[in-house]
Write a protein that binds this ligand. Sequence first.
Ligand code: FAD
Ligand code: EPU
Length: 349
Amino acid sequence: MQIHSNASLRSYHTFGIAQRCKFLVEVSSVEELIDIYRRPEWQSLPKMVLGQGSNVLFTTFYEGVVIINRLKGMTVSEDSKSYRLKVHAGEDWPALVESAVRQGIPGLENLAMIPGCAGSAPIQNIGAYGVEFKDVCEYVDYLCLETFTVHRVSKDECGFGYRDSVFKHHLYQKSVVVGIGLIVSKDWMPQTRYGALCHLPSDVSAEDIFEHVCHIRQEKLPDPELTGNAGSFFKNPVITTEQYQRLKARFPNIVNYPQEHGVKLAAGWLIDQCGLKGTRIGDAQVHPNQALVLVNQGNATAEDVIRLAGHVCSRVYETYGVSLEHEVRFIGAEGEVYLNELLKKECDE
Ligand code: FAD
Ligand code: EPU
């Protein structure tokens, strides 16, 4: 286990922003993880686990220990009805999906090409093209940071919602995900309800859906290897039906997805309609083709991204009266911070 001091985080997150941390360490076993959390000399330091950094923005120097998840390993088992995958948290999610599809294990294909570690997938209940992690999850194993023992929570105990789970609430800062259990039925049905997939024929194969999703994603989303980004920067806002009716009267084309409670709007559409595609502050830019993604066009600073995100939120609020919430997790000097707090601080100074 190598410990790096004053380490650069540039290659550990997909925004590609130059930022450093006090200590960085890569862990490949639960024992190493426990050792890090128990070290007496690091007791007073903040600590955070990072997968592939594809959903974070480091807003400043991190005054603590960044723990890179390298817990590897996977086993597959089957019975007459299902396949079960037991996956250690540091496995690469997109590689896992591709390998399952290629081996003839269907069920994960809609979740192709979502960057990150398998163990990060439950944190925000990753989702795309009509399927969410919750649809394939059987259980999640986490290290409890109070008892230093591994606990298992069933899918129903995970409190999954849209970009949400128990790991953002009750188990926030009290747990590190160390493994996941996936279950997919052998009685597979293609999931093609999502707009971009609904033209596919009813006898489409899982491999065809996989290829199709990869193709759409490559067309729509910037490749973080080439242009720094963290995927959708904001969540799609869910508003009340009454608020939606008022907006619909003013903006008849507003993109909407009715939910059990309220209506979800497409934040990308709202931002796009405000004419913000391509808007740039420093080297941070609203992606010219997909307005929900903020990109680093080279040497963006965290301040550039924060100011741009603030500008986008203000414009959307002024136009539609809808508040956007960032999906990307902002990491400050000692832990998680939020855009509103940062903008308020900027105003106060
Ligand atoms: P990180 O960014 O490293 O971590 C994210 C958060 O989880 C941090 O707060 C971190 O502290 C915490 N965390 C990480 N690992 C653990 C752990 N083991 N235990 C406890 N906490 C942990 N997301 C979607 O849902 N759907 C998409 O379609 C999608 N498309 C994307 C496309 C692109 C191009 C990019 C860059 C991102 C996209 N994302 C998408 C977001 C991202 O892929 C997911 O959020 C992913 O699950 C993040 O994984 P990660 O390993 O990079 O997590
Ligand atoms: N749209 C525009 N202009 C834009 C972008 C989008 O008008 O610049 C419109 C589209 O035409 C479409 C609607 O907005 O009518 C939705 O767009 P899209 O299908 O591209 O999906 P999204 O809402 O932008 C969400 C997820 C993605 C996920 C895709 C596919 C969120 C915050 N984002 O994006 O997840 O891959 O659906 O399911 O829910 C992520 O979370 O990082 C992410 C990329």
